[in-house]
Design a protein around this ligand. Structure first.
Ligand code: F6P
Length: 319
């Protein structure tokens, strides 16, 4: 192996830059060249390559976003585009590729691997919804960013004796909502994995009122339903006002936490080492505190399950 490529795909996540840095510097340590592919899979298809050296990744470990940029690329599902990407990889004499991204990117990585390209996949997403790893790069930072915002909202909820619904990201999963809801001491956490009835939420609110409780923070995963409708339904039943905050994209940005940076550094180094050892088509992951690797195909076949026991505990603690 003489030259590898690296790209970031899908939604940006804090720590992606730290992962790029680790990939580039590990490859240089092995004596290889590195090509950075701009704009993820789109850049692979439309040939947007640039040389990365050690200095091109200096001063980025603390920066959110991705210096390689990222675009959503649904076109990459088409075989003709996958073939174009493979041709470009061969034209550039790239012997191996490191893909950094979320769920969608894992599928792109699996596709390239099926064409015989040696690929390592690094899971990076604020959603933490990738099977085969306990944690994805960026999750810890996003959770802390959302927590900081919810703590501030809590001040207003308490001062004005209000009920707040706060929406956090997570696509179709509730990992971020559960992490943040538990840490924020949210009175209710709504996640897509657990069905809920509006009546149940209202019962919790009414019971709390009887006990003298005056303010509430309800954390809602974006995949759990339309927050404005949930709010309206609750308002109708309790005959009171509700305030809504959607945290949105602020959860994706910002300087990565120590956890996100170090996870990224470990994943980046390991991903490149796998290519050196000729272990192809694998995702690096974290299991019980250890960096491991699993076949990318396997992670694409399974859906990561939420810890329902933890969800139950969060419910008990919020009473
Ligand atoms: O996957 C990360 C994520 O931020 C999800 O939580 C959210 O549903 C989605 O990306 C938003 O996607 P986009 O950046 O394309 O609007």
């Amino acid at each position: 192996m003489k030259k590898i490529g690296v790209l970031t795909g899908g939604g940006d996540a804090p720590g992606m830059n730290a992962a790029i840095r680790a990939v580039v510097r590990t490859a240089i340590y092995f004596g290889w060249e590195v090509a950075g592919i701009e704009e993820g899979f789109y850049g692979l298809v439309f040939h947007k390559f640039r040389k990365l050296d050690s200095s091109s990744v200096s001063g980025i470990i603390n920066r959110g976003g991705t210096i390689l940029h990222s675009v959503r690329c649904p076109e990459f599902r088409e075989k003709k585009n996958q073939k174009k990407a493979v041709e470009n990889i061969q034209k550039e004499k790239i012997d191996g590729l490191v893909v950094i991204g979320g769920d969608g990117s894992s599928k792109g990585a699996a596709a390239l691997s099926s064409y015989g390209i040696p690929v390592s996949f690094i899971p990076a997403s604020i959603d933490n919804d990738i099977f085969g790893t306990d944690e994805t790069i960026g999750f810890d930072t996003a959770a802390n960013t959302a927590l900081d915002a919810i703590d501030k909202i809590r001040d207003t909820a308490t001062s004005h004796k209000r009920i707040f619904l706060v929406e956090v990201m997570g696509r179709k999963s509730g990992f971020l909502a559960l992490e943040v809801g538990l840490a924020a001491g949210a009175e209710v956490i709504l996640i897509p994995e657990v069905k809920f009835k509006i009546e149940e939420i209202c019962t919790i609110l009414k019971k709390g009122r009887k006990r003298g409780k005056k303010s509430y923070v309800i954390v809602v995963a974006e995949g759990a339903g339309k927050i404005s409708e949930i709010g309206k339904e609750i308002e109708k039943r309790i005959k009171g006002e509700i305030r809504i905050t959607i945290l949105g994209y602020l959860q994706r940005g910002g300087s990565p936490s120590a956890d996100s940076r170090n996870l990224a550094s470990r994943f980046g180094t390991f991903a490149v080492s796998l290519l050196k050892e000729r272990k192809r088509g694998r995702m690096v992951g974290m299991k019980e505190g250890k960096v491991i690797s699993v076949p990318i195909e396997e992670i694409c076949r399974h859906r990561k399950k939420i810890d329902l026991q933890l969800y139950q505990w969060a419910k008990i603690l919020s009473l």
